[in-house]
Design a protein around this ligand. Structure first.
Ligand code: CS2
Length: 464
Protein backbone atom coordinates (compact mmCIF):
# COMPACT_ATOMS: atom_id res chain seq x y z
CA UNK A 1 0.00 0.00 0.00
CA UNK A 2 1.26 3.44 -0.93
CA UNK A 3 1.63 6.59 1.16
CA UNK A 4 -1.16 9.16 0.47
CA UNK A 5 -3.60 11.40 2.39
CA UNK A 6 -5.79 8.37 2.88
CA UNK A 7 -3.15 6.01 4.21
CA UNK A 8 -1.34 8.60 6.33
CA UNK A 9 -3.00 7.40 9.52
CA UNK A 10 -1.49 3.93 9.07
CA UNK A 11 2.03 5.19 9.73
CA UNK A 12 3.60 4.10 13.00
CA UNK A 13 3.61 6.67 15.82
CA UNK A 14 7.36 7.18 15.48
CA UNK A 15 6.92 8.89 12.10
CA UNK A 16 6.06 12.59 12.45
CA UNK A 17 3.39 13.92 10.07
CA UNK A 18 2.13 17.31 8.93
CA UNK A 19 0.59 19.09 11.91
CA UNK A 20 -1.82 21.27 9.92
CA UNK A 21 -4.79 20.96 7.61
CA UNK A 22 -3.16 20.41 4.25
CA UNK A 23 -6.37 20.68 2.29
CA UNK A 24 -6.99 24.18 3.66
CA UNK A 25 -3.68 25.64 2.39
CA UNK A 26 -3.42 27.80 -0.70
CA UNK A 27 -0.26 27.39 -2.78
CA UNK A 28 1.88 30.48 -2.28
CA UNK A 29 5.00 29.00 -3.89
CA UNK A 30 5.85 27.64 -7.33
CA UNK A 31 9.07 25.65 -7.31
CA UNK A 32 11.10 24.75 -10.42
CA UNK A 33 13.26 21.62 -10.14
CA UNK A 34 11.51 19.46 -7.59
CA UNK A 35 14.28 16.91 -7.12
CA UNK A 36 15.42 15.29 -3.91
CA UNK A 37 17.34 18.38 -2.82
CA UNK A 38 14.30 20.65 -2.74
CA UNK A 39 12.23 18.02 -0.98
CA UNK A 40 14.84 17.64 1.76
CA UNK A 41 15.50 21.37 2.12
CA UNK A 42 13.04 24.13 1.25
CA UNK A 43 9.94 21.91 1.34
CA UNK A 44 11.04 20.66 4.77
CA UNK A 45 11.50 24.23 6.12
CA UNK A 46 8.13 25.24 4.66
CA UNK A 47 6.38 22.19 6.12
CA UNK A 48 7.66 23.02 9.60
CA UNK A 49 6.78 26.70 9.18
CA UNK A 50 3.19 25.68 8.45
CA UNK A 51 3.24 23.27 11.39
CA UNK A 52 4.13 26.34 13.49
CA UNK A 53 1.05 28.18 12.28
CA UNK A 54 2.10 29.78 9.01
CA UNK A 55 -0.59 29.47 6.36
CA UNK A 56 -1.02 29.19 2.60
CA UNK A 57 2.52 28.28 1.65
CA UNK A 58 1.73 25.11 -0.21
CA UNK A 59 4.23 24.34 -2.97
CA UNK A 60 3.39 23.53 -6.57
CA UNK A 61 6.43 21.69 -7.94
CA UNK A 62 7.48 21.96 -11.57
CA UNK A 63 9.70 19.50 -13.42
CA UNK A 64 10.85 21.01 -16.70
CA UNK A 65 11.09 17.72 -18.60
CA UNK A 66 11.16 14.52 -16.61
CA UNK A 67 7.88 13.02 -15.44
CA UNK A 68 9.60 10.91 -12.75
CA UNK A 69 8.86 13.08 -9.73
CA UNK A 70 5.28 13.71 -10.85
CA UNK A 71 4.83 9.95 -11.07
CA UNK A 72 6.30 9.54 -7.61
CA UNK A 73 4.42 12.30 -5.81
CA UNK A 74 1.07 12.95 -7.50
CA UNK A 75 -0.42 9.53 -6.69
CA UNK A 76 0.71 10.22 -3.10
CA UNK A 77 -1.05 13.62 -2.94
CA UNK A 78 2.38 15.23 -2.80
CA UNK A 79 3.30 13.42 0.43
CA UNK A 80 6.69 11.79 0.96
CA UNK A 81 8.95 10.80 3.82
CA UNK A 82 12.20 12.47 4.71
CA UNK A 83 14.71 10.37 6.63
CA UNK A 84 17.60 11.97 8.48
CA UNK A 85 20.45 9.46 8.53
CA UNK A 86 23.34 9.35 10.95
CA UNK A 87 25.50 6.65 12.50
CA UNK A 88 23.32 6.83 15.63
CA UNK A 89 19.85 6.63 14.15
CA UNK A 90 17.42 7.30 11.33
CA UNK A 91 14.62 9.76 11.97
CA UNK A 92 11.62 9.87 9.67
CA UNK A 93 9.00 12.50 9.01
CA UNK A 94 6.28 12.99 6.42
CA UNK A 95 6.43 16.30 4.58
CA UNK A 96 3.14 17.93 3.63
CA UNK A 97 4.09 21.19 1.93
CA UNK A 98 4.18 19.90 -1.66
CA UNK A 99 0.70 19.81 -3.15
CA UNK A 100 1.24 18.71 -6.72
CA UNK A 101 3.87 18.35 -9.42
CA UNK A 102 3.41 19.67 -12.95
CA UNK A 103 5.57 18.41 -15.83
CA UNK A 104 6.17 21.58 -17.83
CA UNK A 105 6.79 19.86 -21.16
CA UNK A 106 3.41 18.10 -20.84
CA UNK A 107 1.34 20.94 -19.33
CA UNK A 108 3.04 24.24 -20.12
CA UNK A 109 -0.17 26.24 -19.69
CA UNK A 110 -0.65 24.89 -16.15
CA UNK A 111 2.79 26.20 -15.20
CA UNK A 112 2.09 29.64 -16.62
CA UNK A 113 -1.33 29.77 -14.91
CA UNK A 114 0.25 28.85 -11.59
CA UNK A 115 2.87 31.62 -11.84
CA UNK A 116 0.04 34.03 -12.70
CA UNK A 117 -2.28 32.83 -9.90
CA UNK A 118 -3.12 35.60 -7.39
CA UNK A 119 -2.13 33.41 -4.41
CA UNK A 120 1.38 32.82 -5.80
CA UNK A 121 3.90 35.14 -4.12
CA UNK A 122 7.23 33.37 -4.54
CA UNK A 123 8.88 31.32 -7.28
CA UNK A 124 11.89 29.29 -6.17
CA UNK A 125 14.47 27.33 -8.14
CA UNK A 126 16.71 24.30 -7.76
CA UNK A 127 17.37 23.63 -11.42
CA UNK A 128 21.11 22.91 -10.91
CA UNK A 129 23.91 24.99 -12.36
CA UNK A 130 23.16 24.09 -15.96
CA UNK A 131 19.47 25.04 -15.62
CA UNK A 132 20.46 28.72 -15.86
CA UNK A 133 21.50 28.31 -19.53
CA UNK A 134 24.75 30.19 -19.26
CA UNK A 135 27.46 30.25 -21.90
CA UNK A 136 31.04 29.57 -20.75
CA UNK A 137 31.53 33.31 -20.09
CA UNK A 138 28.47 33.42 -17.82
CA UNK A 139 26.16 35.33 -20.16
CA UNK A 140 22.77 33.95 -21.20
CA UNK A 141 23.01 31.40 -24.02
CA UNK A 142 19.93 32.41 -26.06
CA UNK A 143 19.76 29.07 -27.84
CA UNK A 144 19.56 27.10 -24.60
CA UNK A 145 17.23 29.64 -23.02
CA UNK A 146 14.69 29.50 -25.85
CA UNK A 147 14.01 25.80 -25.47
CA UNK A 148 11.77 25.08 -22.50
CA UNK A 149 13.87 26.96 -19.94
CA UNK A 150 12.74 28.61 -16.70
CA UNK A 151 12.98 31.98 -18.47
CA UNK A 152 10.29 31.16 -21.02
CA UNK A 153 7.79 30.12 -18.32
CA UNK A 154 8.61 33.13 -16.19
CA UNK A 155 8.17 35.42 -19.16
CA UNK A 156 4.66 34.16 -19.92
CA UNK A 157 3.56 33.91 -16.29
CA UNK A 158 4.87 37.34 -15.33
CA UNK A 159 3.36 38.96 -18.43
CA UNK A 160 -0.02 37.61 -17.37
CA UNK A 161 0.41 38.95 -13.85
CA UNK A 162 1.24 42.35 -15.24
CA UNK A 163 -1.75 42.32 -17.57
CA UNK A 164 -4.03 41.35 -14.71
CA UNK A 165 -2.68 44.06 -12.43
CA UNK A 166 -1.27 41.53 -9.95
CA UNK A 167 1.80 42.29 -7.86
CA UNK A 168 5.27 41.09 -8.87
CA UNK A 169 6.93 38.05 -7.32
CA UNK A 170 10.00 37.13 -5.34
CA UNK A 171 12.20 34.97 -7.57
CA UNK A 172 14.46 33.02 -5.24
CA UNK A 173 17.30 30.94 -6.62
CA UNK A 174 18.39 28.06 -4.37
CA UNK A 175 21.18 26.74 -6.56
CA UNK A 176 24.91 26.58 -5.90
CA UNK A 177 25.92 29.60 -7.98
CA UNK A 178 27.94 32.52 -6.68
CA UNK A 179 25.49 35.35 -5.85
CA UNK A 180 22.72 33.23 -7.31
CA UNK A 181 20.05 35.93 -7.00
CA UNK A 182 22.14 38.53 -8.84
CA UNK A 183 22.84 36.01 -11.58
CA UNK A 184 19.19 35.08 -11.99
CA UNK A 185 18.25 38.76 -12.10
CA UNK A 186 20.86 39.51 -14.75
CA UNK A 187 20.04 36.45 -16.86
CA UNK A 188 16.29 37.10 -16.69
CA UNK A 189 17.02 40.68 -17.71
CA UNK A 190 19.12 39.50 -20.68
CA UNK A 191 16.33 37.16 -21.72
CA UNK A 192 13.59 39.79 -21.52
CA UNK A 193 15.76 42.33 -23.32
CA UNK A 194 15.58 39.96 -26.30
CA UNK A 195 11.86 39.21 -25.91
CA UNK A 196 9.95 42.07 -24.35
CA UNK A 197 11.79 45.07 -22.98
CA UNK A 198 8.65 46.59 -21.47
CA UNK A 199 8.01 43.48 -19.44
CA UNK A 200 11.69 43.60 -18.48
CA UNK A 201 11.19 47.05 -16.99
CA UNK A 202 8.10 45.86 -15.06
CA UNK A 203 10.02 42.86 -13.68
CA UNK A 204 12.93 45.08 -12.65
CA UNK A 205 10.52 47.35 -10.75
CA UNK A 206 8.10 44.79 -9.28
CA UNK A 207 10.08 41.59 -8.66
CA UNK A 208 13.01 40.86 -6.38
CA UNK A 209 15.79 38.31 -6.66
CA UNK A 210 17.25 37.55 -3.21
CA UNK A 211 20.53 35.64 -2.95
CA UNK A 212 20.54 32.52 -0.83
CA UNK A 213 23.01 30.06 0.58
CA UNK A 214 21.44 26.63 0.73
CA UNK A 215 23.00 23.60 2.34
CA UNK A 216 22.00 20.04 2.99
CA UNK A 217 23.65 16.90 1.68
CA UNK A 218 21.07 14.82 -0.18
CA UNK A 219 22.25 11.67 -1.92
CA UNK A 220 20.09 10.30 -4.71
CA UNK A 221 17.53 7.87 -3.25
CA UNK A 222 18.24 4.22 -4.10
CA UNK A 223 16.02 1.14 -4.32
CA UNK A 224 17.58 -0.09 -1.07
CA UNK A 225 16.59 3.21 0.62
CA UNK A 226 12.98 2.78 -0.53
CA UNK A 227 12.95 -0.74 0.84
CA UNK A 228 14.23 0.47 4.19
CA UNK A 229 11.58 3.22 4.27
CA UNK A 230 8.83 0.71 3.43
CA UNK A 231 9.91 -1.44 6.35
CA UNK A 232 9.96 1.46 8.80
CA UNK A 233 6.83 3.24 7.52
CA UNK A 234 4.86 0.10 6.66
CA UNK A 235 3.85 1.89 3.45
CA UNK A 236 5.56 2.25 0.07
CA UNK A 237 6.89 5.69 -0.67
CA UNK A 238 8.13 6.30 -4.22
CA UNK A 239 9.08 9.89 -3.31
CA UNK A 240 11.26 9.11 -0.27
CA UNK A 241 14.31 11.29 0.33
CA UNK A 242 17.33 10.54 2.52
CA UNK A 243 19.46 13.27 4.02
CA UNK A 244 21.77 14.26 6.86
CA UNK A 245 20.58 15.79 10.17
CA UNK A 246 22.34 19.09 9.32
CA UNK A 247 20.70 21.84 7.31
CA UNK A 248 21.36 25.52 6.69
CA UNK A 249 19.57 28.24 4.72
CA UNK A 250 20.75 31.84 4.71
CA UNK A 251 18.50 34.15 2.71
CA UNK A 252 18.92 37.77 1.73
CA UNK A 253 15.98 39.62 3.25
CA UNK A 254 14.69 41.12 0.03
CA UNK A 255 11.16 39.94 -0.73
CA UNK A 256 8.68 41.54 -3.11
CA UNK A 257 5.72 40.54 -0.95
CA UNK A 258 4.78 38.18 1.90
CA UNK A 259 6.91 35.14 2.68
CA UNK A 260 6.81 32.16 5.03
CA UNK A 261 8.28 32.70 8.49
CA UNK A 262 11.19 30.44 7.63
CA UNK A 263 13.25 32.09 10.36
CA UNK A 264 11.00 30.40 12.95
CA UNK A 265 12.27 27.04 11.79
CA UNK A 266 16.00 27.67 11.50
CA UNK A 267 16.54 29.74 8.36
CA UNK A 268 18.60 32.94 8.72
CA UNK A 269 17.39 36.14 7.06
CA UNK A 270 20.35 38.48 6.59
CA UNK A 271 21.35 41.67 4.77
CA UNK A 272 24.32 40.11 2.98
CA UNK A 273 24.57 36.44 2.06
CA UNK A 274 27.94 36.72 0.29
CA UNK A 275 30.28 35.54 3.10
CA UNK A 276 28.09 32.49 3.85
CA UNK A 277 27.74 31.65 0.22
CA UNK A 278 31.45 32.01 -0.55
CA UNK A 279 32.31 29.80 2.42
CA UNK A 280 29.81 27.19 1.34
CA UNK A 281 30.77 27.11 -2.33
CA UNK A 282 34.55 27.29 -1.87
CA UNK A 283 34.88 25.14 1.24
CA UNK A 284 32.01 22.62 1.19
CA UNK A 285 31.40 22.31 -2.52
CA UNK A 286 35.06 22.90 -3.38
CA UNK A 287 36.05 20.03 -1.09
CA UNK A 288 33.20 17.90 -2.41
CA UNK A 289 34.33 18.20 -6.02
CA UNK A 290 37.92 17.45 -5.05
CA UNK A 291 36.78 14.38 -3.12
CA UNK A 292 34.76 13.29 -6.15
CA UNK A 293 37.51 13.35 -8.78
CA UNK A 294 40.31 12.19 -6.50
CA UNK A 295 38.12 9.62 -4.78
CA UNK A 296 36.94 8.02 -8.02
CA UNK A 297 40.55 7.73 -9.19
CA UNK A 298 41.38 5.98 -5.94
CA UNK A 299 38.57 3.50 -6.51
CA UNK A 300 36.13 4.86 -3.93
CA UNK A 301 32.38 5.02 -4.51
CA UNK A 302 31.29 7.20 -1.57
CA UNK A 303 32.23 10.51 0.05
CA UNK A 304 32.81 8.99 3.50
CA UNK A 305 35.34 6.56 1.99
CA UNK A 306 37.23 9.27 0.11
CA UNK A 307 37.45 11.60 3.10
CA UNK A 308 38.71 8.72 5.24
CA UNK A 309 41.51 7.88 2.79
CA UNK A 310 44.85 9.12 4.22
CA UNK A 311 46.07 9.73 0.65
CA UNK A 312 43.24 12.24 0.08
CA UNK A 313 42.23 13.77 3.41
CA UNK A 314 45.28 16.03 3.96
CA UNK A 315 44.68 17.57 0.56
CA UNK A 316 41.05 18.30 1.42
CA UNK A 317 42.11 19.91 4.69
CA UNK A 318 44.63 22.02 2.86
CA UNK A 319 42.10 23.06 0.22
CA UNK A 320 39.65 24.22 2.88
CA UNK A 321 41.94 25.76 5.49
CA UNK A 322 44.85 27.13 3.50
CA UNK A 323 43.43 27.87 0.07
CA UNK A 324 39.69 28.61 0.36
CA UNK A 325 39.30 29.95 3.90
CA UNK A 326 41.74 32.90 3.58
CA UNK A 327 39.81 34.18 0.54
CA UNK A 328 36.62 34.67 2.57
CA UNK A 329 35.96 37.72 4.68
CA UNK A 330 33.87 36.21 7.47
CA UNK A 331 30.64 37.83 8.60
CA UNK A 332 30.44 38.79 12.30
CA UNK A 333 30.06 35.57 14.27
CA UNK A 334 30.98 33.33 11.35
CA UNK A 335 33.76 30.93 12.45
CA UNK A 336 35.36 29.47 9.33
CA UNK A 337 37.75 27.23 11.23
CA UNK A 338 34.87 25.55 13.03
CA UNK A 339 32.94 25.45 9.75
CA UNK A 340 35.71 23.45 8.05
CA UNK A 341 35.92 21.02 10.96
CA UNK A 342 32.16 20.51 10.92
CA UNK A 343 32.29 19.84 7.17
CA UNK A 344 34.87 17.08 7.64
CA UNK A 345 32.56 15.45 10.20
CA UNK A 346 29.56 15.72 7.86
CA UNK A 347 31.52 14.21 4.98
CA UNK A 348 32.50 11.30 7.22
CA UNK A 349 28.84 10.36 7.96
CA UNK A 350 28.82 6.65 7.01
CA UNK A 351 25.02 6.40 7.03
CA UNK A 352 24.59 8.76 4.07
CA UNK A 353 26.00 6.71 1.17
CA UNK A 354 26.66 9.84 -0.88
CA UNK A 355 28.02 8.76 -4.25
CA UNK A 356 31.09 10.54 -5.63
CA UNK A 357 29.84 10.06 -9.18
CA UNK A 358 26.76 12.17 -8.31
CA UNK A 359 29.04 15.05 -7.32
CA UNK A 360 31.38 14.52 -10.30
CA UNK A 361 28.49 15.33 -12.66
CA UNK A 362 28.43 18.69 -14.49
CA UNK A 363 31.93 19.70 -13.39
CA UNK A 364 32.20 22.36 -16.10
CA UNK A 365 29.27 24.16 -14.45
CA UNK A 366 30.62 23.77 -10.93
CA UNK A 367 34.37 24.34 -10.91
CA UNK A 368 34.29 28.11 -11.60
CA UNK A 369 32.58 29.02 -8.29
CA UNK A 370 34.08 26.07 -6.38
CA UNK A 371 37.77 26.26 -7.40
CA UNK A 372 38.55 28.89 -10.00
CA UNK A 373 37.39 31.83 -7.88
CA UNK A 374 39.62 30.58 -5.07
CA UNK A 375 42.54 30.24 -7.48
CA UNK A 376 41.95 33.79 -8.73
CA UNK A 377 41.72 35.27 -5.23
CA UNK A 378 44.96 33.57 -4.20
CA UNK A 379 46.66 34.64 -7.42
CA UNK A 380 45.97 38.26 -6.53
CA UNK A 381 47.98 37.73 -3.37
CA UNK A 382 50.75 35.98 -5.31
CA UNK A 383 49.85 32.56 -3.88
CA UNK A 384 49.51 29.23 -5.62
CA UNK A 385 46.98 26.54 -4.61
CA UNK A 386 48.68 23.15 -4.78
CA UNK A 387 45.65 21.23 -3.47
CA UNK A 388 43.21 22.74 -5.94
CA UNK A 389 45.68 22.22 -8.78
CA UNK A 390 45.88 18.53 -7.86
CA UNK A 391 42.08 18.36 -7.90
CA UNK A 392 41.96 20.26 -11.19
CA UNK A 393 44.32 17.73 -12.79
CA UNK A 394 42.01 14.95 -11.56
CA UNK A 395 39.04 16.75 -13.14
CA UNK A 396 40.96 17.10 -16.42
CA UNK A 397 41.61 13.35 -16.40
CA UNK A 398 37.96 12.74 -15.54
CA UNK A 399 36.68 14.71 -18.55
CA UNK A 400 39.31 13.00 -20.73
CA UNK A 401 37.37 9.85 -19.88
CA UNK A 402 39.92 8.23 -17.55
CA UNK A 403 37.22 7.13 -15.07
CA UNK A 404 34.67 6.11 -17.69
CA UNK A 405 35.48 2.39 -17.87
CA UNK A 406 34.80 1.98 -14.17
CA UNK A 407 32.27 4.74 -13.41
CA UNK A 408 30.44 5.35 -16.68
CA UNK A 409 30.61 8.08 -19.34
CA UNK A 410 31.30 11.70 -18.47
CA UNK A 411 28.03 13.38 -17.47
CA UNK A 412 28.45 17.07 -18.29
CA UNK A 413 26.72 19.44 -20.73
CA UNK A 414 30.19 20.26 -22.06
CA UNK A 415 31.39 16.64 -22.25
CA UNK A 416 31.61 16.55 -26.06
CA UNK A 417 33.39 19.89 -26.27
CA UNK A 418 35.88 18.93 -23.57
CA UNK A 419 36.53 15.59 -25.29
CA UNK A 420 37.20 17.45 -28.55
CA UNK A 421 39.66 19.75 -26.82
CA UNK A 422 41.50 16.79 -25.29
CA UNK A 423 41.66 15.09 -28.70
CA UNK A 424 42.85 18.20 -30.56
CA UNK A 425 45.14 19.71 -27.94
CA UNK A 426 46.47 16.73 -26.01
CA UNK A 427 48.15 16.90 -22.67
CA UNK A 428 50.29 19.91 -23.63
CA UNK A 429 47.52 22.10 -25.02
CA UNK A 430 44.40 21.22 -23.05
CA UNK A 431 45.18 23.13 -19.83
CA UNK A 432 45.89 26.25 -21.93
CA UNK A 433 42.75 25.82 -24.02
CA UNK A 434 40.76 25.87 -20.80
CA UNK A 435 42.69 28.13 -18.43
CA UNK A 436 44.89 30.25 -20.74
CA UNK A 437 44.26 33.92 -21.55
CA UNK A 438 41.90 32.89 -24.39
CA UNK A 439 40.70 29.80 -22.55
CA UNK A 440 37.16 28.66 -21.99
CA UNK A 441 37.26 29.64 -18.31
CA UNK A 442 39.42 32.76 -18.72
CA UNK A 443 36.73 34.99 -17.31
CA UNK A 444 37.04 33.43 -13.87
CA UNK A 445 40.70 32.46 -13.70
CA UNK A 446 43.77 32.53 -15.95
CA UNK A 447 46.57 30.23 -14.94
CA UNK A 448 50.11 31.55 -14.60
CA UNK A 449 53.12 29.81 -16.17
CA UNK A 450 53.84 28.32 -12.75
CA UNK A 451 50.28 26.96 -12.62
CA UNK A 452 50.64 25.39 -16.07
CA UNK A 453 53.91 23.79 -14.96
CA UNK A 454 52.22 22.44 -11.83
CA UNK A 455 49.33 21.07 -13.87
CA UNK A 456 51.68 19.45 -16.40
CA UNK A 457 53.59 17.79 -13.59
CA UNK A 458 50.38 16.49 -12.05
CA UNK A 459 49.03 15.26 -15.38
CA UNK A 460 52.28 13.44 -16.13
CA UNK A 461 52.15 11.58 -12.86
CA UNK A 462 50.57 8.14 -13.08
CA UNK A 463 46.97 8.23 -11.94
CA UNK A 464 46.37 7.42 -8.29
C1 CS2 B 1 27.38 18.51 -4.20
C2 CS2 B 1 26.21 19.33 -3.66
O1 CS2 B 1 26.50 17.29 -6.00
C3 CS2 B 1 27.24 18.22 -5.68
O2 CS2 B 1 27.88 18.86 -6.50
O3 CS2 B 1 28.55 19.19 -3.95
O4 CS2 B 1 25.00 18.86 -4.14
C4 CS2 B 1 26.21 19.36 -2.14
O5 CS2 B 1 25.93 18.08 -1.60
C5 CS2 B 1 25.21 20.35 -1.61
O6 CS2 B 1 25.45 21.61 -2.15
C6 CS2 B 1 25.26 20.41 -0.09
O7 CS2 B 1 24.52 21.47 0.36
Amino acid sequence: MRLSSETLSRLPESVARPGYDRSAQAAGIVHFGIGAFHRAHQAWYTDRAMARGDRDWGIIGVSLRSANVARQLNPQDGLYTLTECSAERNRMRVIGSVQRVIVASEEPEAVIAQIAAPETRIVTFTVTEKGYCRAADGSLDPFLAHHGSIYAFLEHGLRRRREQGLPGLTLLSCDNLALNGRQLERLMGEYLALKDAELGAWVAAECTFPCAMIDRIVPATTAADRKMVATLARLDDDGAVMTEPFSQWVIEDKFAGPRPQWENVGAELVGDVAPYEAAKLRMLNGAHSALAYLGLEHGHAFVHQAVGDPAIRPLIERLMHEEAQPTIKAAPGQDLQAYADALLARFANPALQHRLIQIAMDGSQKIPQRWLETLAANQEKGLQCPAILTALAAWLRHVRGDNAAKWGPVDDPMAARLADIWRDEGVDGTPRALFGAQGLFAKTWQASEADFAALAQRLARATA
